[in-house]
Design a protein around this ligand. Structure first.
Ligand code: DX5
Ligand code: ZN
Length: 220
């Protein structure tokens, strides 16, 4: 049994105290850094870009999981590899030639992830699942932190778990959006491996403790 992971989303950090918040994650039980890159085109919001990621990577001592919410992500694969990304996730809805994009990510030495919007059916990944290291199931519409969790996500996790098993793939299932202590256990029970948590961690009184509590809840 592989251990289940927590990936705090830096989008919810205090950007005026970014190094402090990065060190908090370094010194916590968290497993990964989740980094949300938004271009204002694929999603109706702009987060931060390359210079900020470069500085995050200088201090981050854990896996850097980059979630690209951008159109035409192929243009930036090499750039994100050079910036220190360990996992690069592109959106299914933003890729015309997804298979090619996945290969290009791996050629750069990164793990390849695919994110799917709430309206995208998991069955669409059946033919590429063996090439995908991580599927990020969006449990909110991408673009903003602090939104509420979409309940249909549990069903999607179960369906995707079946596809992964049927195909004998090693793909991790990540859940992104509205994760709290209320849905964490049910997500893991449905078959999730990695939970992204932004607001729930950073808006809490004691983020380190909140991460610890989430890790405790998802222990299997
Ligand atoms: C949403 C982002 C998420 C977001 C999660 O578009 O991809 O990673 O930061 O934030 P919370 O946990 O606040 O929903
Ligand atoms: Zn994300």
């Amino acid at each position: 049994m592989t251990s289940k992971l927590i990936a705090p989303s830096v989008l919810a950090a205090d950007f005026a105290n970014l190094q402090r918040d990065i060190e908090m994650i370094n010194n916590s039980n968290a497993d990964w850094f989740h980094i949300d890159i938004m271009d204002g085109v694929f999603v109706p919001n702009i987060s931060f870009g390359m210079p900020v990621l470069r500085d995050i990577a200088k201090h981050a001592k854990k896996t850097i999981d980059v979630h690209l919410m951008i159109v035409d992500p192929d243009r930036y694969i090499k750039t994100f590899a050079a910036l220190g990304s360990n996992i690069l996730t592109v959106h299914y809805e933003a890729c015309t030639h997804l298979h090619r994009t996945l290969q290009a990510i791996k050629v750069e030495g990164m793990k390849a992830g695919v994110a799917i919007n709430p309206h995208t059916n998991v069955n669409l990944l059946e033919d590429t699942i063996q090439d995908i290291d991580l599927v990020c199931i969006m449990s909110v519409n991408p673009g903003f932190g602090g939104q509420s969790f979409i309940e249909n996500t549990y069903e999607k996790v179960k369906q995707l778990r079946k596809i992964i098993e049927k195909k004998g793939a090693n793909t991790l299932i990540e859940i992104d959006g509205g994760v709290t202590n209320k849905n964490a256990k049910q997500l893991i029970d449905a078959g999730a491996d990695v939970l992204v948590a932004g607001s729930f961690v950073f808006k809490s009184e004691n983020p380190t403790k909140t991460i610890e509590q989430l890790k405790e809840i998802i222990k299997v």
